[in-house]
Design a protein around this ligand. Structure first.
Ligand code: HEM
Length: 530
């Protein structure tokens, strides 16, 4: 019989029928086969779910620790991705690290899955002892982080940033005047500009003329940047060493001394503001608002001191570094400088009576594109601040363990040929709008990834972009920026790949010649600085 009525058969009969008709095997064999199929399918799933991303072979115990360089790590990470693919796994001791080379993967992991990927690796030296677990940039994802970021973001909305403009423009006039006076000291003048702008904004005060405040601040920032590098302190490679008694762990008291030093400085600044507020002085600054909101935001005094300081700490070096890269770019690309100066002269008049202001921004499209290109060409945070995952996850079939450190390679994204053709070339034209359109203030932060990703994205990004823009356009308006020449008249150009050691990228020491564009420019600067 070749046809049948299913209603006439029980389940057992159907099994028997199928086995006889299809395979000719008995029921026991079917069961055993079924078991093996299920077993292999399950094992396949298990294999897939334990599939780790590719990467260089780790050494026993220390993993790939010694292979990650302390300088230019973004270049090393990019070379790994060229060899193994855009998602690469490394191990540092017992810690897992995932390096991401492409924007698509970064967006998927750090933005779309940000609930899981917005924490930070806990550091014993720099986090637990030096920062007493209160420093915003190092905080794990949670309530304290939300409170601290919330306090900063309240002040960083567009309306408040408008009221900061007079601080930025005043600062740039001092910058121009300082460079005019001591052109060989451009490096410190730029650091002074960014530090003082942020200090005024946060504490309503200028840096002491004797330079002590700036020295203290730069010292804190420099040592901190060194301390957060995962290879700087053995206890961060082997956290178990934190169980050692003080006598065997001298690094602990060293970190605690650094904490005492910086918290005395930061609390002092915060309390000065409180005193001025209590005395009825009109002090419009971030710290004054923090005191006003103290009960509502529910932060202890050490947290308040660190959150105010976070703005100065996180902003000073990155903002100054971006302006320093701008100088490097101008020495290599004089035609770009001339084109930007021609735009400035067209809008403001060529005589040099009027420096550019924020109100001119939308008329200075090429200058906006130029600042975006500086941030793209050499991001000062080339590997951002690595994030950390909270839970295990599967991505593209790879297993990402809970507690993995995620390194988004911003430098690699910015040098990806398919996103930015001829990526090593400094070319503001790539950001120019089609059909003569304009770029506005918001455009400064679009089209690049210089400020990071997802829930940890830089809370100061709009302030930073404005501080860089006004600094850059005023330097272009005032000076010709050229390289020094050697005895034979050949230019001595800085190496655009040479950076100061650390996880941030500041150009290595270089020399630059800043020549005022005319006597009228000189007089305008002197008048404005009086
Ligand atoms: C050109 C200048 C600047 C650049 C390139 C820059 C870039 C970055 C980057 C890449 C991050 C890490 C984001 C992430 O984890 O995904 C970051 C974090 C941060 N930035 Fe900026 N930044 C700059 C200026 C500033 C300024 C002016 C402030 C002042 C408010 C600031 C405050 C912070 C803070 C507090 C964090 C830590 C955020 C967190 O951990 O949640 N930055 N910045």
């Amino acid at each position: 019989m070749s046809s049948f009525n299913a209603a006439l058969f029980s389940r057992k009969d159907i099994g028997k029928y199928v086995s006889e008709q299809v395979t000719g095997l008995d029921g026991v064999t079917i069961l055993v086969l079924g078991f093996f199929v299920a077993y292999y399918l399950g094992l396949g799933y298990l294999r897939q779910s334990t599939n780790l991303p590719p990467g260089p072979k780790p050494l026993p115990l220390i993993g790939n620790m010694l292979q990650v360089p302390t300088e230019g790590s973004w270049l090393y990470f990019h070379s790994l991705c060229k060899k193994y693919g855009p998602v690469v796994r490394l191990t540092l001791g017992r810690d897992e690290m995932l390096v991401l080379d492409e924007l698509e993967d970064i967006n998927e992991i750090l933005v779309k899955r940000s609930r899981n990927y917005s924490s930070r690796r806990s550091l014993v030296y720099a986090g637990k002892y030096r920062s007493v677990d209160r420093r915003l940039g190092l905080l794990p994802y949670g309530t304290l982080l939300k409170k601290q970021r919330g306090a900063i973001l309240q002040m960083m909305n567009a309306e408040d940033l408008g009221s900061c403009e007079h601080i930025q423009t005043r600062g740039t006039m001092k910058l121009l005047s300082d460079i005019l006076e001591t052109p060989t000291n451009a490096y410190m003048s730029i650091k002074w500009y960014t530090a003082e702008t942020l200090l005024t904004l946060v504490y309503g005060k200028k840096l002491g003329e004797d330079g002590n405040d700036l020295r203290k601040l730069l010292h804190i920032i420099e040592t901190f940047i060194r301390d957060v590098h995962p290879r700087s302190h053995i206890v961060d490679m082997l956290p178990v060493l934190d169980r050692m008694p003080d006598a065997l762990a001298p690094w602990r008291s060293e970190a605690q001394r650094k904490h005492e030093y910086e918290i005395t400085f930061y609390t002092g600044l915060l309390k000065e503001v409180k005193k001025r507020v209590d005395e009825g002085e009109n002090t419009e600054c971030f710290a004054a608002r923090l005191w006003e909101m103290a009960n509502k935001i529910d932060l202890d005094e050490v947290s308040m001191a660190y959150v105010a300081a976070a703005i100065v700490e996180a902003g000073t070096d990155n903002t100054a570094g971006t302006i320093l890269w701008f100088l490097v770019a101008m020495m290599h690309y004089p035609a770009v400088m001339k084109k930007a100066q021609a735009e400035l002269d067209k809008v403001l008049g060529p005589e040099g009576h009027t420096p550019p202001e924020f109100q001119h921004l939308e008329q200075l499209t090429y200058c906006v594109a130029l600042v975006k290109e500086v941030i793209r060409w050499m991001p000062t945070a080339p590997i951002s601040m690595p994030h950390r995952s909270l839970e295990e996850d599967i991505y593209k079939g790879y297993r990402i363990a809970a507690g993995t450190t995620i390194v988004p390679n911003i430098w690699a994204v910015h040098h990806n040929e398919s996103l930015y053709p001829d990526p090593f070339k400094f070319e503001p034209e790539r950001f120019m709008p089609a059909d003569g359109g304009i770029l506005n203030l918001k455009s400064l932060n679009e089209g690049h990834s210089g400020f990071g990703f997802g829930r940890r994205i830089c809370p100061g990004q709009y302030l930073a972009a404005k501080t860089v823009w006004i600094g850059v356009v005023r330097l272009l308006w005032a000076f010709d920026i050229t390289p020094p020449v050697d005895a034979s008249g050949a230019p001595i150009l800085p190496d655009p790949a040479a950076c100061r050691p650390g996880i941030t990228a500041e150009p290595d020491t270089f020399k630059v010649v800043m020549t005022p564009r005319s006597e009228v420019h000189v007089q305008s600067i002197k008048r404005a600085a009086e």
